[in-house]
Design a protein around this ligand. Structure first.
Ligand code: PGA
Length: 253
């Protein structure tokens, strides 16, 4: 377990503006620099990738995108390829965020294709899984998450998860201020790790599983203290320098 260093990744979603970004990126870079075992990343909107690259290059902070095309190149107007992300120094790309699934029709198969394409370009996918409130109330949480995971395992193989990050994000906790309790989150993180262990125990042991959904400075430490929670995917709080920096610090303890 000690071999899994924590990761805190910001998901800016469709927020940002050049002048404010500059301040936010610089503060994250400067104020999380003290030694400690945590990886830090920001996933920014595409147009701000060059800005993230120029501020963060040669620092300890990684950057990445929030989505990517499953296609390599070609006539896909408005899409962004994995090679383009690699061109701008991205280390990470979020795939299968619940907002992409719910609002842009991304199904398990599409997400799996994006996952595979990202790895083929040397990017590390942050694969998001999680149930809606209806699904939780219908007691199908495990089934839903298992299907989301299995689609990727079937297409890419369980070993592929060895070069990926997982994020468990219950949809009812995203942007709602309703965080899963540490126990609720741990239960699902344990479930996910056990399910992967069936295919590949070593990959399961080493895989970092982030929790996402209303993580804030005030609740990060108790979530990160759970044995199978290896950091966080942070939406709203990643836009506020003080909050995000505190969350990164909580992951160091
Ligand atoms: P939130 O978003 O922290 O604003 O709840 C998390 C996410 O959607 O990744």
């Amino acid at each position: 377990m000690a071999m899994r260093s924590k990761l805190v990744a910001g998901n800016w979603k469709m927020h940002g503006e050049l002048v404010q970004n500059q301040d936010l990126l610089k503060r994250i870079m400067l104020e999380t620099a003290e030694p400690g075992e945590v990886d830090i990343a920001v996933c920014v909107p595409y147009p701000y990738l060059p800005q993230a690259q120029s501020v963060l290059r040669n620092s300890h902070v990684f950057w990445g995108a929030q989505n990517v095309s499953q296609h390599e190149k070609g006539a896909y107007t408005g899409e962004i390829s994995t090679a383009m992300l690699a061109d701008f120094g991205c280390r990470f790309v979020i795939v299968g965020h619940s907002e992409r699934r719910a609002l842009y029709g991304e199904d398990n198969r599409t997400v799996a294709l994006k996952f595979k394409a990202a790895q083929a370009a040397g990017l590390m996918p942050i694969l998001c899984v999680g149930e809606t409130l209806d699904q939780r109330e219908a007691a199908v949480t495990e089934q839903v998450v298992a299907e989301q995971l299995d689609a990727v395992i079937e297409l890419a193989g369980a070993e592929a998860l060895g070069k990926a990050i997982l994020a468990y994000e219950p949809v009812w906790a995203i942007g709602t201020g309703k965080t899963a309790t540490p126990q609720q989150a741990q239960e699902m993180h344990g479930f996910i790790r056990d399910r992967i262990a069936v295919s590949n125990p070593q990959v399961a042991r080493e895989l970092r599983i982030l929790y996402g959904g209303s993580v804030k400075a005030g609740n990060a430490a108790e979530l990160f203290a759970m044995p199978d929670i290896d950091g966080g995917l942070i939406g709203g709080a990643s836009l506020i320098a003080d909050e995000f920096i505190s969350i990164c610090r909580a992951a160091k303890n």
